[in-house]
Ligand binder design. Structure first.
Ligand code: B4P
Length: 201
């Protein structure tokens, strides 16, 4: 089976990651790619925000880190992803949005996929310069009032990304999985670039 972009493997499954700095448009693109390929988009940020909203014990712990622009500890994040990837709707593929973000999370994901006997097909790296992401996130702050979208916290999140997540791009490049896509421009245009880049692999 092949999807409309001709990228799935012989079993029709597609396992993708999308990585990029805060505000690069990961969540925006993940929703579109999920619809295009018929796979579940799993956003750790969305799951944390849902837990914060519902005041769960996980949400209470996560909020403190998110509001400071820090990553939620790996122990909490890894447990959440392990549980989510055990759900039946991801058996035929998934798009992980915002996970892994640390080298320890990469190891954890390797372990989860290894036990399941599956592997990643590609890692989409979405690029966008700092001025543009700050502009986008301040725009989102004005519209949605997310507590981690103040300018000070945005700058902190960008530093944390550069320190802890940017090194993951090298890891996945060495594995031959990276598809780098320019995240600047119209949302539809960026989606088109990602689909074309995946189909060209
Ligand atoms: P996330 O929810 O992943 O948030 P993000 O990086 O800010 O967003 P994203 O890149 O998805 O941007 P979006 O599409 O929304 O993480 C939030 C927090 O959760 C983290 O800081 C951390 O504390 C915690 N967390 C999550 N995962 C974790 C993990 N694995 N480990 C530890 N902690 C974790 O786009 C942003 C804005 O730009 C939107 O307003 C959008 O409309 C706009 N936009 C998008 N594309 C555009 C385009 N092409 N042109 C113009 N505007 C565009």
């Amino acid at each position: 089976m092949t999807d409309q972009a001709g990228t799935t493997d012989s079993n029709g499954s597609l396992r993708l990651l999308i990585i990029g700095p805060p505000g690069a448009g990961k969540g925006t693109q993940a929703a579109r790619l999920s619809a295009t390929y018929g796979i579940a988009a799993i956003s750790t940020g969305d799951i944390f925000r849902e837990n914060v909203k519902n005041g769960t014990p996980l949400g209470v712990k996560a909020k403190e880190y998110m509001d400071a622009g820090q990553y939620v500890p790996d122990s909490l994040t890894n447990d959440l992803v392990r549980d989510r990837l055990a759900q039946p709707d991801v058996a035929d593929g998934f798009l992980l949005d915002g996970y892994p973000r640390t080298l320890q999370q990469v190891e954890e994901l390797d372990g989860i996929l290894g036990v399941a006997g599956t592997a990643l097909d590609a890692v989409i790296v979405l690029t966008a310069d700092t001025d543009e992401v700050v502009r986008r996130l301040l725009g989102r702050a004005a519209e949605q009032g997310r507590s981690d979208d103040s300018e000070e916290v945005i700058r902190k999140r960008l530093d944390v990304y550069a320190e802890q997540t940017a090194p993951l791009v090298e890891v996945y490049t060495e594995r031959g999985l990276v598809v780098e896509v320019d995240g600047l421009g119209e949302i539809d245009e960026v989606t088109g670039r990602i689909i074309a880049a995946l189909a060209a692999r």
